[in-house]
Design a protein around this ligand. Sequence first.
Ligand SMILES: CC(C)(COP(=O)(O)OP(=O)(O)OC[C@H]1O[C@@H](n2cnc3c(N)ncnc32)[C@H](O)[C@@H]1OP(=O)(O)O)[C@@H](O)C(=O)NCCC(=O)NCCS
Length: 160
Amino acid sequence: MNNFEFRRLQKRDAEKVHRIVAREGSFRVSPSEMSVWHAQEIVDWVESDDPCYGALRGDDVVGVCLAHLHKAVRKLHIENLRVDVEWRRQRIGNRLLELTIARARQQVAGGLRVVALAKPDNIAILGLLRAAGWTRGDAVVWMQRDVGPPLDLHEKDVRQ
Ligand SMILES: CC(C)(COP(=O)(O)OP(=O)(O)OC[C@H]1O[C@@H](n2cnc3c(N)ncnc32)[C@H](O)[C@@H]1OP(=O)(O)O)[C@@H](O)C(=O)NCCC(=O)NCCS
């Protein structure tokens, strides 16, 4: 853990963040869903007020936590928590999540609900969240409807 620097992501990290989130498409929730963000979207995101943290090893980004903070309703959505496969199980994911939540707490007065979507077979993220005291929500059912051109076309575009 001592070899890693944890800090808020910055514009100059965007290409590296893009690479790490593009490496696997595992966070999409259906086969047709767009699986990665464009590099420019990541630039806009890390330049916004949203809490987004990275774990760095030298110049390399080895882990990220990207989140959206919805201040009006005091909800923090963890959109992507990811650690490079070679650096897993060193508490990096846990630390990134803690820092992201701590930052959001500074931005919002009072309590905060933190939510994350996880596939039921994603043992790693479910293990991490349960170990950190998270409980399974039961307030919503995931519904979806695709509109416009087929999403898989967009996905090809994104992966270029
Ligand atoms: C989920 C992920 C971010 C975890 O990162 P990590 O740095 O390896 O996790 P940590 O080392 O902080 O783990 C903290 C705790 O979570 C639990 N945990 C983590 N990975 C686990 C696994 N594969 N199986 C079971 N429990 C696990 C353990 O309790 C662990 O503590 P321990 O190692 O002391 O037992 C990483 O596996 C990953 O990038 N997965 C692919 C991306 C993904 O699916 N992200 C989630 C959807 S956004």
